[in-house]
Design a protein around this ligand. Structure first.
Ligand code: TYD
Length: 136
């Protein structure tokens, strides 16, 4: 059996009658220390994003508002998942081509990453990515 590309983690919910509160902490939902946090928001209608892979970076993606469809490709198989809840995170390890489609207008996608931004860690060409995974 092949390992699923889509790896979801539950984000503990600590809300109460006052409202919601979700927690991503090391040893809980977050399997690595976060060295960078960014969020994607205000994506224009019809726009898809991503279209790259990372050589080493690990990320946890949480859609804290709205919805987005995440597509993952390992060079052989493609799997898709809709993120529409701050109670679920998507772990993306190295060596996965990712695309983000069907952003809702109100989507806020928060991303926890285990390293600072480094353009040298990106593979932005799909054919180069396929060669990379088949040679490693
Ligand atoms: P890009 O990788 O194109 O975003 P996406 O994959 O979501 O479409 O990044 C957009 C720009 O932001 C690009 O110029 C790189 C820059 N950027 C940073 O400077 N730091 C970061 O942590 C990230 C994720 C992007």
């Amino acid at each position: 059996m092949s390992v699923p590309l889509v790896q979801l983690v539950g984000i503990p919910q600590r809300g109460d009658t006052r409202g919601g509160l979700a927690v991503a902490e090391l040893g809980g939902a977050l399997p690595f220390p976060a060295r960078r946090i960014y969020w994607i928001h205000g994506t224009q209608p019809g726009v898809s994003r991503g279209f790259h892979a990372h050589k080493r970076l690990r990320q946890l993606c949480v859609c804290v508002a709205g919805s987005v469809r995440m597509s993952l490709f390992d060079g052989r198989r493609e799997e898709s998942v809709i993120l529409d809840s701050s109670a679920t995170g998507l772990l993306i390890g190295p060596g996965l081509w990712r695309e983000m489609h069907d952003f809702s207008a109100d989507c806020v996608l928060m991303v926890f990453a285990d390293a600072e931004y480094d353009e040298a860690d990106y593979i932005r060409d799909r054919d180069q990515f396929i060669r990379h995974v088949h040679s490693s």
